[in-house]
Design a protein around this ligand. Structure first.
Ligand code: SF4
Length: 65
């Protein structure tokens, strides 16, 4: 399967958290390497709606981030 990387991956805090070993790879695989499909961060970014850095791709807040 060819990975389709989300257009916001380079600037997304999820990438930073992942590279700092704070975020499970499943999020990156399921969302960021899936073109941002179904990602709440992606949707809010596209609509210009502010969202916290610790909001996960499914829209839940991770207080540990
Ligand atoms: S968390 Fe969402 S917006 Fe951020 S890079 Fe991954 S898919 Fe894109």
């Amino acid at each position: 399967m060819v990975k389709k990387i989300c257009k916001w991956y380079n600037v997304c805090p999820m990438r930073k958290f992942y590279e700092e070993d704070k975020l499970d790879r499943k999020w990156i695989e399921n969302y960021c390497f899936n073109g941002g499909r179904d990602c709440k961060r992606y949707e809010m970014e596209a609509k210009g709606i502010p969202h916290p850095d610790n909001m996960l791709p499914d829209g839940t807040i991770d207080e540990t981030l």
